[in-house]
Design a protein around this ligand. Structure first.
Ligand code: ADP
Length: 536
């Protein structure tokens, strides 16, 4: 997220593997899902609106049941957000976590005070105004927290705590929040005679002040929404906006209709509030599950890369260097001895034949070492081969890079023919080859607009009883002058590239009696093709 600059929650070091949803950029698919949810909620609201004023039966168990779920959802969300704050200590996350803590706690307290919920006049409070004041506290604290989050999330916080002290800070904030909540609860339950009335006599008829308060809440929700809309970038921002939209019917309805409680609109608005409360929790849990799968994929990849790329290149070169250094040193020593004997006046020719013999024998030894190393790697390869399907490898690779594709907003198409004959190959090595081609393709599309990023994997039967797998991208293509060099070891055009990927891929395929070639490349993208003999 380089557009984030130095500040904000998503710091540079986290952008490679963001671990909190406050730092993960929202993808196009997530935006579409969020829009779908908003459209669905709007349609439901429009359908219900004409009947909103109709007074329905009073179901006293509705509030305790619904608000208990809502309270649990908010408190779990708060604890997850506090955890995210402990991982990435940005003050805006702490403020938002507190917002959910207040929301869940006040929802619970309002249920206790709600007339008819647990007791005819409520378990706490004055029996008609306390519940309404709890409603105001519940929503004003939550909306204020979201607004504060939206305004502070991009700030470069110079004094952000370290991970260790973040836990202490979070614990201190939680204690402070509970103290504040206790004070406010005392005010709205024990000192209601000093507070203006929000409900007159009955529990259904609200005062003009209540209507104004609801309008204020609506305006606060609108302001928070606007602040998020202008600064939105991450998954958290996106779903907070949807949550705010789902809350708005609650305040609008209460502001428009004065006899609110137990009307159809009131029931509907409360259901909306439940959806709103569960929304972020659902997103947090879903993203955490995705994170686990990404982590598992990353570990698998890391293990494979270590096992293949590093082992096959670094270990092999280290082994070769070790084995070759001694004979090469002997050759050099013998050659300089021969030279000094030749340069002597008169030249000493007696030992020259023996020295040259030695050089010849040692050179043969070097050749034998190289053959032995080669035979060793080929043997390892043969041992691990089995009959397998290239289309399965293609699917596995797409699963492994699923997150990269998503983050880079790349559209993927597959055209994998059914009933392709199997090939005899080392599954790990073949997967590594396809993975390398797909990763190169993803990197090649970095520079082009997201809507033009397109990756296509196709597998089909080809001439001479071979199976062909192609990886096509819509990237920037390969310059004409580079096309012959891309398979050379250490040729790279990337600042952090090693230039070994394609060279290793080609060697692996040649060891499998297969081929790797660049089938096509121009300014609209490149296609790499792998062919392997069918049936081994
Ligand atoms: P590396 O990825 O480390 O550079 P590779 O051997 O995998 O090493 O690739 C060598 C070079 O080939 C890359 O630096 C890049 O210039 C070019 N290349 C490979 N695949 C593609 C592709 N799909 N599109 C454009 N260029 C590519």
């Amino acid at each position: 997220m380089s557009e984030n600059g130095a500040g904000g929650i998503a710091r540079e070091s986290d952008s490679e593997f963001p671990i909190v949803i406050a730092a993960m950029p929202a993808t196009t698919a997530q935006r579409k899902t969020a829009l779908g949810v908003v459209i669905f909620l709007s349609v439901v609201a429009v359908v219900i609106a004409p009947f909103a004023h109709i007074q329905a039966a009073r179901v006293d168990s509705f509030v305790p049941v619904l608000q208990s779920v809502l309270c649990v959802a908010d408190l779990i969300t708060a604890s997850l957000l506090f955890t995210q704050y402990a991982i990435q200590p940005h003050p805006s996350l702490l403020v938002l976590s507190c917002g959910y803590l207040f929301s869940g706690s006040f929802a619970f307290l309002q249920t206790l005070a709600f007339p008819g919920a647990y007791a005819p006049a409520g378990l706490i409070g004055d029996g008609h105004n306390s519940a309404a004041w709890f409603f105001v506290l519940w929503h004003s604290t939550y909306l204020a927290a979201v607004l504060a989050y939206a305004l502070s999330k991009d700030a470069d916080w110079k004094f952000a705590p370290t991970r260790g002290s973040a836990k202490t800070k979070a614990a201190f904030t939680i204690i402070l929040s509970f103290v504040l909540m206790a004070g406010l609860t005392w005010c709205v339950t024990q000192a209601t005679e000093y507070l203006p009335e929000l409900y007159r006599e009955s529990v259904t008829l609200q005062t003009r002040l209540a209507i104004q308060v609801n309008l204020m809440l609506c305006a606060l929700a609108g302001t928070a929404l606007a602040a998020l809309l202008f600064r939105q970038r991450t998954i958290l921002d996106l779903w907070l906006m949807v949550t705010l939209l789902a809350w708005i019917p609650n305040f609008l309805l209460a502001a428009v209709v004065s006899a609110v409680r137990f009307s159809i609109g009131w029931y509907a608005a409360r259901c909306f509030s439940l959806v709103a409360s569960c929304m972020l929790l659902g997103v947090l849990l879903t993203e955490m599950t995705f994170l686990y799968s990404r982590l598992a994929n990353a570990l698998t990849l890391q293990r494979r890369e270590r096992g293949n790329r590093l082992m096959s290149v670094e270990a092999a070169t280290a082994a070769m260097a070790h084995e070759l250094r001694t004979p090469l040193a002997a050759i050099a020593l013998n050659a300089s001895a021969a030279l000094s004997q030749l340069r002597a006046e008169p030249p000493v020719l007696a030992d020259l034949e023996n020295i040259l013999d030695d050089i010849e024998t040692t050179s043969h030894r070097v050749g034998a070492v190289i053959s032995a190393i080669r035979a060793l790697s080929t043997k390892t390869l043969v041992d691990q081969r089995k009959m397998m399907r290239v289309e399965d490898v293609a699917r596995q690779v797409l699963r492994l890079v699923q997150h990269d594709l998503q983050i880079n907003e790349i559209s993927v198409a597959t055209d994998l023919e059914d009933d392709l004959p199997p090939v005899l190959a080392d599954p790990t090595q073949l997967q590594q080859v396809v993975l390398n081609l797909v990763k190169n393709a993803i990197e090649a599309m970095n520079q082009i607009a997201p809507e033009e990023r397109f990756l296509r994997l196709a597998a089909r039967r080809a001439a001479n009883s071979t199976v062909l797998l192609s990886v096509q991208d819509s990237g920037t293509g390969i310059f004409l002058e580079d096309r012959d060099r891309i398979f050379d070891p250490f040729f790279t055009t990337k600042p952090a590239g090693m230039g070994l990927g394609l060279a290793i891929c080609r060697t692996v395929l040649e060891n499998h009696s297969g081929k790797l070639r660049l089938a096509n490349s121009d300014s609209r993208g490149s296609t790499f093709e792998i062919t392997l003999p069918a049936g081994g």
